[in-house]
Structures are given as C-alpha cells and as structure tokens.
Design a protein around this ligand. Structure first.
Ligand SMILES: [Zn+2]
Length: 102
C-alpha cells in the first residue's frame, strides 16, 4: 500500500491481513492535505501532518498488529521520520517496549 494517508493505509492493512496470502507492506503519505482537494496533484512542498514520533508510533503499532514484510514512508516523510521509525522498530524487536504496561 503506497501513498495513502496513515488512516487509509491502516484500513487497507486490516483488509490485507484477512485476504492476502503474499507478503505486503506499506508506505503511507503524511502530507498535510487539509485544504487540498482529494486526489489533486500539487507541484510544491506540502509539509508533514505528523512529526517523527507520531509516525514512528503508528508504524510501530503496525509491526505488532499486522504481518507486514516492509514498512516505509512516502510523501511528506523525511529522513527524521524514517530514523524514528527504525529506532521504534528496533525497540519493538528487542522487547524494550512492554505492550502489557503501555
Ligand atoms: Zn507519495
């Protein structure tokens, strides 16, 4: 799933989890598109709607909830967003994040 909003991507992942028999992953867009008509292409910088920590939290949640083969970022993501997501995924895999007490 590529270049959809975080919420739309999560909805698609819920469907993929039920119906996909092949590996899948997601690269959400986090452009702040309020005020831009849906589907309209823009040839300018559109700032991100969420910061690195929120982005990393959502992707970290997806790692727990969905059998994703790969996660990344599309429009609006920065190296800082991806670095935060990587740190979060490493914490998830090392058990540093205790889901029971969260
Ligand atoms: Zn994109």
């Amino acid at each position: 799933m590529n270049c959809a909003t975080i919420d739309a991507t999560e909805s698609a992942l819920r469907v993929f989890r039920e119906v996909c028999s092949i590996p899948f992953g997601a690269y959400p867009s986090i452009e702040e598109r309020r005020g831009i008509p849906e589907g309209e292409h823009v040839d300018r910088y559109v700032p991100p709607s969420v910061g690195p920590d929120v982005f990393a939290d959502r992707l970290g949640d997806w790692l727990q909830e969905f059998p994703v083969a790969i996660l990344g970022g599309c429009c609006g993501t920065s190296p800082g967003h991806l670095a935060a997501a990587r740190r979060r995924s490493m914490m998830e895999s090392s058990g540093e994040i205790d889901r029971q007490s969260a």
